[in-house]
Design a protein around this ligand. Structure first.
Ligand SMILES: *Cc1c(COP(=O)(O)O)cnc(C)c1O
Length: 810
């Protein structure tokens, strides 16, 4: 369609006229974005079709990555980069009077995820396509993504994220591929031709309609599919009967209820409300996805026992676990397989990633709810449980405690992690430490039962979005030094080690960081009307707001620093800008109080002329993928300070490392691996180790109140949160925080780690005044960050879990 600038300009201008009836002068940036997006979408159309044809003709084994969340962000820039059209389009647009960046800003962020787990799914799709694997995403097309965060009077306010308001240029509705999903009803068991058959009757049928988005890989690679399902009411005979019997308004009510299934993403990372709707969402995704996979498989005309050789279904955490009983159900009820055969096929097809060690975040469903909403699925889960427990009894006679811990159904609860572990052929953790803790603690009994099912696959991030696209200055610098091989082989970044003491290289690196900081400062000034000093140290803490991520520790340290500066104003300090960005789940009161505290502290500090040249605090509203892409390249320091043993991996930590920020962090998640690669001297480690946290939690040997009573510096900071607080504007807003720290014994060991953290921050300051040493550390960080490219992660999933090979372009 276009492969040079002139052709691009011509097509672009013609489309403006033919699609919008506008000339160049009248078109808005939004018009231009839509036209350009549509052009790219059409441009890849034939490649997309070709990939699908290749997969079909060569009977490739397909990978299906099921996730309730895909935190995609914007696609225009990433797609242009992967297609190799960035330069043509950028310069073509310029000649027509547009900046590409301005058009990129028109695209709404596809925020169909909460945080790390959803962003991981998005990075994995990019790597699957870029490495030419036949791997697709399967998710829900939520009409509202994660809420938009506004700050009013220093408090978080949530607004609906109506990301589809102006349409989505990347998607294609595939009404012909819709499938039916069944809820409620009851199961009738009868004998037919000497076989027991199960019919679900009096159920409610709804329609799942897929919207497909092309997933464009880098360079000469495949175009895969992200299939997002949308819930719709059926207009079949049952619906007509409903309308006839109960009236049109009842029918409309039913239709609205159906559509609510794909209405919004649950804005909560770790615990779930609205249980029934959430369960409906999970089954909706699982059933629609499995039906669609089987429809593709049916075209091959092969027996079902060969399904595991042609399809790998991967579940991102336990949310899509119902794919297992759903696959068994279809194989038995619709395809006529016996139990043993159906179980074997399902079990050999599904693999599972565990994402959490926090027991409160392990999913459980009330058995009664599952029995009512999904009667046939419940029967199958019960049967799985019965057979599993039978096997366990034979193997562990008289170990009732162990058996009841492993059981899928216990009391009135269905435990999804047990269902996923028993029903899948592979279980992986997401960082070395996390996997070890899975094996020795959270899933210990499972590990003892089938150790061969476990492996570690440390998370990763796509270096295409998080370095090449978001930090073009650094990208050029790297390529000027070591060539461009690293783009296809991110491990080659290691060659940068040779430049770590090269003064000229160091200087160019620091200048790029400075440019990025200036750009972020301009953005902040324009968006929030706050001026920050780009010559100050940018100390950045961006991620979901959660107790275990310890934004509280950070802001307490800021208060402490402020106290020190007020007390000893002549002590020289490195000027710092402490930047926060975080959304709190709407029902998570403590997290919301912490956002209030950050704002209250910022309010006082930023208005105090005595410290203003040394310290500023900033909260950036509405943390999202596109905001992360602006912030991370400008960071000097990356805050990764979770309570050790609580952060499964983290991926924010990897993005910062790749952009040359130095990490201050605990030995948690992937920080451990980072530390192993670059060593103590290039990061700032502090605080309790995971074993110590575990030990203190078990023994009950931690007394937060003692830290407060015996330590004057901690006491001083906490007293400032109590009434009358210099930071409180409306009476006593921080009681909730003091309660968590003192009355509830500081679940996340904030006070315990306080001193170690303050000391590590002093080391940061000391290091920062030596720019050459600092630059050396930044280079070492970048040089080792290739290991964290999701290309490496996906290559290991492919060979060790899914057993698939890259597909040559056909
Ligand atoms: C990478 C990313 C995350 C995950 O960050 P962590 O620091 O690993 O928790 C969350 N949200 C967004 C928008 C991201 O890009």
């Amino acid at each position: 369609m276009f492969n040079n600038k002139e052709a691009f300009k011509q097509v672009f201008t013609e489309l403006l006229v033919s699609r919008l009836g506008k000339g160049l002068e009248e078109a808005t940036a939004e018009d231009a974005y839509k036209i350009l997006g549509g052009m790219i979408r059409e441009f890849v159309g034939s490649q997309w079709a070709a990939s699908n044809r290749t997969y079909r003709d060569t009977k490739q084994k397909q990978v299906y990555y099921f996730s309730m969340e895909f935190l995609i962000g914007r696609l225009l820039g990433a797609n242009l980069l992967n297609l190799g059209l960035l330069d043509i389009v950028r310069s073509g647009l310029k000649e027509l009077g547009w900046e590409l960046e301005e058009l990129e800003e028109q695209e709404p962020d596809a925020g169909l995820g909460n945080g790390g787990l959803g962003r991981l799914a998005a990075c994995f799709l990019d790597s699957l396509a870029s490495l030419s694997y036949a791997g697709h995403g399967c998710g829900i097309r939520y009409r509202y993504g994660l809420f938009e965060q506004r700050i009013m009077d220093g408090e978080q306010v949530e607004l609906p994220d109506n990301w589809l308001r102006d349409g989505n240029v990347w998607e294609e509705r595939r009404a012909d591929k819709a499938v039916e999903i069944s809820f409620w009803g009851r199961v009738e068991i009868s004998e037919r031709d000497g076989k027991t058959v199960f019919d679900t009757v009096e159920d409610e049928r709804i329609l799942a309609v897929p919207y497909d988005m092309p997933v464009i890989g880098y360079g000469e690679s495949q175009v895969n599919t992200l299939r997002l399902w949308s819930a719709e009411a059926t207009v079949d005979s049952a619906a007509i009967r409903l309308s006839h019997q109960s009236g049109y308004y009842r029918y409309l009510e039913y239709a609205r209820q159906v559509e609510s299934i794909s209405e919004f993403l649950y804005p909560d990372d770790k615990s779930y409300e609205g249980k029934l709707l959430r369960l409906k969402q999970q089954y909706f995704l699982s059933s629609a996805g499995v039906q669609s996979i089987l429809r593709t498989f049916d075209k091959l005309g092969l027996p079902y026992r060969e399904l595991p050789e042609h399809a790998a279904i991967h579940i991102n955490d336990t949310h899509p676990t119902l794919v297992i009983p759903e696959l068994i159900r279809i194989l038995i009820d619709d395809k006529g397989l016996g139990w043993d055969e159906a179980w074997e096929v399902a079990h050999r097809t599904v693999s599972y990633t565990n994402h959490t060690l926090m027991s409160e975040a392990l999913e459980k469903w009330p058995a009664g709810m599952v029995r009512e909403l999904l009667p046939r699925i419940y029967m199958i889960i019960e049967e799985m449980n019965k057979r599993f427990c039978g096997m366990l009894l034979a193997r562990y006679p008289q170990q009732m405690e162990r058996i009841s811990e492993l059981a899928i159904i216990e009391g009135d609860q269905i435990r999804m992690a047990n269902l996923a572990a028993w029903g899948s052929y592979h279980i992986n953790g997401v960082a070395g430490l996390h996997t070890e803790l899975l094996k020795t603690d959270v899933m210990k009994h499972h590990y003892e039962l089938y150790p061969e099912r476990f492996s570690n696959k440390t998370n990763g991030i796509t270096h295409r979005r998080w370095l090449i696209h978001s930090n073009p200055g650094l990208t050029r610098l790297i390529s000027s030094a070591i060539g461009t091989e690293w783009i296809n082989d991110p491990l080659a970044l290691r060659e940068l080690e040779a430049y770590k003491r090269d003064a000229a290289f160091q200087e160019r690196l620091m200048r790029i960081k400075q440019d990025n900081k200036r750009r972020l400062a301009d953005f902040i000034a324009a968006r929030q009307g706050v001026r920050v000093d780009p010559d100050s140290l940018f100390d950045v803490h961006v991620k979901r707001l959660h107790g275990y991520k310890r934004q509280l520790l950070n802001i307490l340290r800021v208060i402490h620093d402020y106290n020190e500066m007020k007390e000893r104003p002549t002590v020289p300090r490195v000027p710092r800008t402490v930047i926060f960005g975080a959304k709190a789940a709407p029902g998570y009161d403590l997290a919301k109080s912490i956002i209030q505290l950050i704002h209250a502290v910022a309010d006082v500090i930023n208005r105090d002329p005595e410290v203003n040249d040394k310290l500023r605090v900033l909260f950036l509203e509405n943390y999202s993928v596109s905001l992360a892409e602006k912030i991370i390249p400008a960071a000097d320091v990356s805050e990764q300070i979770s309570t050790a043993g609580k952060e499964a991996s983290g991926t924010g930590n990897m993005k910062f490392m790749m952009n040359g920020a130095l990490t201050i962090g605990t030995l948690d998640g992937a920080n451990v691996e980072m530390h192993r690669m670059i060593g103590e001297e290039h990061m700032f480690l502090f605080g309790l180790r995971a074993e110590e946290v575990l030990e203190l939690s078990r023994s009950g040997g931690y007394f937060a109140r003692a830290c407060y009573e015996q330590d004057a510096r901690i006491a001083r900071v906490l007293d400032q949160l109590a009434y009358p607080s210099p930071f409180s504007r409306h009476g006593r807003p921080f009681g909730r925080i003091l309660q968590a720290l003192l009355d509830h014994n500081d679940e996340y060991f904030v006070l315990k780690d306080f001193h170690a953290y303050v000391t590590a921050q002093a080391a940061v300051e000391k290091a920062y005044v030596n720019p050459r040493r600092w630059a050396e550390s930044a280079i070492v960080n970048i040089a080792h960050s290739g290991r964290f490219s999701s290309d490496c992660t996906i290559a290991r999933y492919a060979s060790e879990i899914w057993r698939v090979l890259p597909v040559k372009k056909g």
